[in-house]
Write a protein of this length. Structure first.
Lengths: 369, 130
């Protein structure tokens, strides 16, 4: 039972914005999933109201929490997915490598939207209300520049300097009209990340400044970088903080657990870690390492590990797409022109601060502890 | 024979496209697929505006955000079309690869799953009538 609550105008606008990103239709059945700690009734009520305005049938399912990587989901949740077209995950991120979600997405055509605006403040803010037209224009332009290139180089002040090739067909992310992949996909809302699967040759050094806590990683934010040296797509040496853990990790799981599978960075200028996803801000770039099969990549591995760097410069054929953590697409006149349709373009396009501490703290962030 | 495999693939996917799930797929987004069959060449499956076209050779279009390369061998493809292994099972076993953008390419696996289900139903029916 959902309690009666007052809906603030901005909160409802944030919820309506989610339905716009999805291009929700009246014939699509929607399930909102909540769990303890991720069940703010004001957000659920706002989402239900926005979905009702579209005319889509909607149900809400509150389940106990479970370990999304290690444990099976509650049977009622798994069964409920068979009866819906769109799942709005208000709870923790559901790891899509799980078999039941692979089947739901890739065989039944489920659209899984992880609502990354986890708090009332985040959903009501410019982050949650960021116009779909504007985000998709930024994302599409980012992908156009990426897909037109051949050679990518990522550098940071901390010591990252790695080069790789890019194939236009693997350029993507959560940054273009969701209908381009419907049915059968997972996206974050509001999302705002671009990525590609690095192609050979992949050589250089990643100066890891933070890492996700799976795979027995000792800590999230490193005081000194972990330097991973790459040759031919795989790490061949590790030095610095966490090097011992890394060596043990590779020894336990095999060389393909170091396969450089994904390069992803933020394009959403208003993203931060405060109830949203810091990794969607251009200040943060991360590499996905290991099993890329469920994500459109070529190599299977036992594991998946994500490592972060801050304020990267990412050059496409020598031209910066990211310049010390600034997304250069945001400066382009046509993007500013679209932003002006929604108010002061500086207000929409000025990059918020986002740090590794934002990404690894609070609701919506990765767990640092 | 590649032409026999193409005929079988075409027949299976066209039947699959008429199911509820298949209709959902072909009325989704526009996408070009190349099916690279190890040692057998390449077929293309083009889905656009609710229509599907299947033919020999690679797709003439490879537009970013609208293109997926599928890599599979003949035995795995035939196993899917005969209802012996599902597309996701094949992906999880490293026998079917989608080389594409993150979370792209699901239209082809939805259609293959429908073909797998239809084959399973036919097998069950034949058992009942024997």
């Amino acid at each position: 039972m959902i309690a009666e609550v007052d809906l603030e105008t901005d909160l409802l606008e944030g919820a309506r914005n989610l339905t716009r990103y999805v291009s929700l239709r009246p014939d699509q059945h929607v399930l909102i999933h909540t769990e303890p700690g991720y069940d703010d009734e004001r957000i659920v009520a706002a989402l239900r109201s926005a979905i009702a305005q579209i005319g889509s049938p909607c149900a809400v399912l509150h389940t106990p929490a479970w370990d999304k990587q290690k444990d099976p989901p509650p049977p009622v949740f798994e069964a409920a997915l068979e009866g819906v077209d769109v799942l709005i995950g208000q709870g923790e991120y559901l790891h899509t490598k799980n078999h039941y979600l692979q089947v739901a997405i890739f065989e039944r055509g489920l659209i899984y939207i992880n609502n990354e605006a986890k708090t009332v403040d985040a959903l009501s803010s410019r982050y949650g209300r960021f116009p779909a037209e504007l985000l998709f224009a930024i994302g599409t332009k980012t992908i156009e520049r990426l897909a037109a290139g051949k050679h990518i180089r990522v550098t940071t002040a901390a010591g990252t300097d790695i080069s790789m090739a890019v194939s236009g067909s693997t350029a993507g992310g959560y940054c273009y009209p969701f209908t381009f992949d419907s049915p059968g996909h997972k996206k974050g809302f509001p999302g705002g990340v671009a990525c590609f699967h690095p192609e050979d040759p992949v050589d250089g050094v990643i100066a890891v400044q933070a890492l996700t806590r799976g795979n027995k990683a000792p800590k999230a934010i490193l005081e000194r970088p972990l330097f991973l040296t790459y040759r031919n797509h795989r790490a061949v040496a590790a030095e610095g903080e966490g090097a011992e853990w890394w060596s043990d990790f590779i020894a336990r799981n095999g060389a393909d657990s170091s396969w450089l599978a994904e390069c992803m960075w933020g394009i959403h200028p208003q993203a931060s870690g405060r109830g949203g996803r810091g990794a969607s801000n251009p200040h943060l770039l991360h590499f996905g390492i290991g099993n890329s099969i469920p994500y459109g990549g070529p190599t299977w591995a036992k594991t998946w590990q994500v490592v972060f760097v801050q304020d990267a410069t990412l050059a496409v054929d020598g031209r910066p797409l990211l310049d010390n953590g600034h997304l250069t697409v945001l400066d382009e006149p046509d993007i500013r022109g679209i932003a002006a349709k929604y108010g002061d373009p500086d207000e929409w396009l000025r990059q918020a601060a986002a740090t590794l501490e934002d990404q690894f703290g609070g609701v919506g962030g990765e767990r640092a502890a | 024979m590649a032409s026999e495999l193409l005929d079988d693939l075409r027949a299976a996917l066209e039947e699959a496209s008429r199911t509820v799930r298949g209709q959902k797929a072909i009325h989704g987004h526009d996408e070009d697929f190349d099916l690279e069959i190890a040692g057998r060449g390449t077929f293309h499956v083009a889905i656009a505006r609710g229509q599907m076209e299947i033919g020999e050779g690679p797709s003439s279009r490879r537009e970013p955000l609208h293109y997926t390369l599928v890599q599979v061998d003949e035995s795995t493809l035939r196993a899917i079309l005969s209802g012996a292994i599902s597309p996701v099972e094949a992906m999880e076993q490293g026998r079917l690869f989608l080389r594409t953008r993150i979370y792209g390419g699901a239209l082809i696996t939805i259609l293959l799953r429908s073909a797998y289900d239809l084959a399973g139903e036919k097998t069950l029916l034949s058992c009942r009538t024997q």
